[in-house]
Ligand binder design. Structure first.
Ligand SMILES: CC(C)[C@H](C(=O)O)[C@@H](O)C(=O)O
Ligand code: SF4
Length: 424
């Protein structure tokens, strides 16, 4: 069996499971975000009175942090009251950040767990060896009521990464390249495992970016085998002994694909589809009105650090806005302690509170008609970040910062190579 199958077998009390099988799994953690008050209504509609396991439920108010409409404020108030009535202590309010970063920051994510959330980017947690997938309000309501959920065991696609990343090329460029080559519907209902020497070299933050965006090619979940990098990252965060499961050496993948990352230059998903991917070099010189650094894909401390490195002592272009959204309170504190916040604010950045902000076009930096934005986020369909006539390019945090500096799409490799020359 694959590690994912072992996780689902354990969660469903079976010795073994196989792809295509429907299993009823015990859910180790269920997450509800503030877009989903319907989860509570559905819980009551199906006869729920008391939630099954309040200690295995978390509510995270992140998509409207803080509320920017009366309805959002009402929804958040409704959720706070539900948590209080039900004894759900893992309520993270509008001062916390994006659910996927908050759960990792607080040691709620660990290898071998089943994590179900009302958010499609729950695939992120495969980076820590968890089975993480997103569901809608009704399925999550079933978990509130029973602590369990049916799941279909996914086929498993292995993506083997070889070679070495060039300076200025990041996990975001790799996953954009892969999605561009395979298409946005390639991995529907499949698990995607990343293997290979390149993965071993990646930080947890970069691994989270890889896994996060498998959603954008339809994946049900993602997976990276926990190793010393994972365990070192989790030590001190997770208050339990970590027992990652291993994939059997003779496991047969449904499909195996190989990518040499040495051959991948900086990439961009161009308007208006995540799989409309081209080398950044073809877009150099495109004017941008806004550069956006944030989200559960590209708003972590490492991402802000790259941007601060590029912009420190320089100014954001006069015709371009740089909006920076730390993925969580802890990320914000780390960036403050490193001096990256000061460097970015002094360069002209607009900081907004940790959360989802303009990633899904609700508030805190949305776009007007005709405006062009380059973002470190994960979706760029029409209207995603504001007006349906606005255009969004998806790229690495370095590409976002380079564009903010010049007011137009710029190859970050040249800037970073120059910085390395100066520093050496
Ligand atoms: C909350 C949710 C509806 C949505 C998702 O699940 O992806 C949001 O997070 C997004 O990124 O569009
Ligand atoms: S940051 Fe963006 S992609 Fe991530 S959960 Fe929030 S809205 Fe969805």
């Amino acid at each position: 069996m694959h590690a994912i199958e072992k996780i689902l077998a354990r969660a469903s009390g079976k010795d073994s499971v196989r792809a295509g099988e429907i299993v009823n799994c015990r859910v180790d953690l269920a997450e509800v975000n503030d877009l989903y008050p319907q989860t509570i209504h559905s819980f009551y509609e199906m006869g729920g009175r008391r939630v099954h396991s309040p200690d295995r439920i978390t509510f995270i108010l992140d998509h409207y942090a803080p509320a920017s409409s009366i309805q959002q404020a009402e929804n958040q108030k409704f959720m706070r009251e539900f948590c209080r009535e039900q004894g759900i202590e893992l309520l993270f309010d509008v001062n916390s950040g994006v659910c996927h970063q908050v759960m990792v920051d607080h040691g709620l994510v660990y290898p071998g767990m089943v994590l179900i959330a009302t958010d499609s980017h729950t695939t992120t947690h495969g980076a820590l060896g968890a089975f993480g997938t997103g569901v809608g309000a009704t399925d999550l309501a079933v978990i509130l009521a029973t602590g369990h959920l049916w799941l279909r065991v996914p086929e498993i696609l292995r993506i083997h990464l070889t070679g070495r990343l060039s300076v200025g090329v990041y996990a975001k460029d790799v996953i954009l390249h892969i999605i561009g080559r395979l298409g946005a519907d390639y991995a529907i209902y499949k698990a995607v495992e990343f293997t290979g020497p390149v993965v071993k070299e990646l930080s947890v933050s970069e691994r989270m970016a890889l896994c996060n965006m498998t959603t954008e090619m339809g994946a049900k979940c993602a997976y990276i085998q926990p190793d010393q990098v994972t365990l070192g990252f989790l030590k001190g965060k997770v208050k339990r002994n970590l027992e990652p499961v291993e994939t059997d050496p003779d496991f047969q993948y449904a499909e195996e694909l190989f990518f040499d990352v040495s051959a991948i230059p900086p990439q961009l998903a161009v308007p208006s589809s995540v799989d409309n991917v081209r080398p950044l070099s073809e877009l150099v010189g495109t004017p941008v009105h806004q550069a956006y650094l944030g989200s559960c894909t590209g708003g972590r401390a490492e991402d802000l650090a790259v941007a601060a490195r590029i912009l420190k002592g320089r100014r954001v272009h006069k015709d371009t806005r740089l909006v920076v959204v730390p993925a969580s309170r802890d990320v914000f504190l780390e960036a403050l302690q490193r001096g990256d916040v000061a460097a970015l604010v002094e360069a002209g950045a607009t900081f907004v509170t940790p959360g989802c902000a303009a990633c899904l076009g609700t508030h805190e930096g949305i776009l007007a008609a005709g405006e062009v934005c380059i973002a470190s986020t994960n979706r760029n369909f029409p209207g995603r970040m504001g007006h349906t006539q606005s255009a969004v390019y998806l790229g690495s945090p370095a590409a976002v910062a380079a564009a903010a500096l010049n007011g137009r799409i710029t190859d970050p490799c040249e800037i970073l190579a120059e910085l390395e020359r100066k520093e050496s």
